[in-house]
Design a protein around this ligand. Structure first.
Ligand SMILES: [Zn+2]
Length: 301
């Protein structure tokens, strides 16, 4: 399995959509698409939820006629599907018609890859629009244009674009054992891979080494890219890695984790079977990092 195939297993990662970046700047195309009867509007709601079907397994998009003119005019272009149907995102307080508000995690578990991926994209874009109403340079008000993908300051002209914050998440291995940690407040027995945000001026590999050392004291040798996952909580991109530790020596970490320790495959499997240990949810890259490591052992004991 290659990295593309590994990424495709992660929730929010299976969206196939033409983001049509050139059309974002085409005002006449945008105006026509906003009222095209085939166009679908994805509604983002407060607290990172989205308008979903009554069954709870898909987004409940709306046709242009179901929205007010002002809602259509301020909607952001998400892109075009394989049939040329345009998708827009608009923030809404009270959606019309049947449906329900669902969170991103619920949709990740119940919806197909297209709906889950579109939900993640729409929610992340909506979050950026809410937090880019003022210019970071002069504090002036901004106006969103380019189909909702640029915030331009009305005072100094500075442009902002949607941001994504990279975070590394890493399965550290040493001679048949994996290093897993537990955060304060997690259920007893829940362990996951170590993770943290990439800092300015840092490579992904340096972030892996730093985060693992800060949280556990373990010193990392080589590391390799595994897969990636959009993580719209609110604006991250999880970059999964595997890494080899130079030894099993650990030290007191920075306090981010309540507990960090080595698990052998046999010990982890026995704990999972007995219910005394649990893993992160199956929609997370952390889950796949751990289960891939366990699976490798089954093939090459
Ligand atoms: Zn400004």
């Amino acid at each position: 399995m290659n990295a593309s195939q590994r990424s495709a297993r992660n929730a929010y990662a299976g969206l196939v959509l033409d983001r049509a970046h050139l059309l974002r700047q085409d005002a006449s195309w945008l105006a026509a698409a906003r009222v095209d009867a085939r166009t679908r509007y994805v509604l983002t709601l407060p607290e990172s939820s989205l308008w979903a079907s009554v069954a709870g397994d898909a987004l409940q998009w709306l046709a242009p006629a179901a929205l007010h003119e002002a809602q259509r005019a301020h909607a952001s272009l998400l892109g075009l599907d394989g049939s040329g149907v345009a998708y827009f995102q608009t923030a809404s307080a009270q959606p019309p018609g049947p449906g329900q508000a669902l969170g991103l995690r619920t949709l990740a578990a119940a919806a197909d890859a297209f709906h889950a991926g579109l939900a993640a994209y729409a929610a992340a874009l909506a979050h950026w629009q809410r937090t880019s109403r003022h210019c970071p340079a002069c504090g002036g008000a901004t106006q969103h244009d380019e189909g909702g993908h640029r915030a331009r300051c009305t005072q100094c002209g500075l442009s902002q674009f949607p941001r994504t914050d990279p975070a590394v998440i890493v399965l550290v291995e040493h001679a048949g054992a994996a290093l897993l940690g537990r955060k304060p407040g997690w259920p007893a027995g829940r362990f996951s891979t170590l993770a943290g945000f990439v800092e300015p001026g840092e490579t992904l590999e340096a972030a892996v080494r730093r985060e693992v050392f800060e949280e556990s004291g373990a010193v990392i040798g080589a590391c390799d890219y595994h897969s990636s996952q959009p993580w719209p909580f609110p604006a991250s991109l999880m970059l999964g890695f595997t890494a080899r530790a130079r030894s099993r020596v650990l030290a007191t970490g920075d306090g981010e984790l309540a507990e960090v320790r080595w698990f052998t495959r046999a010990g982890l499997r026995a704990g999972l079977a007995a219910g005394t240990l649990s893993l992160p949810p199956s929609f997370s890259v952390a889950h796949h990092l751990i289960t891939d490591w366990l699976g490798r052992a089954r093939r090459t004991p």
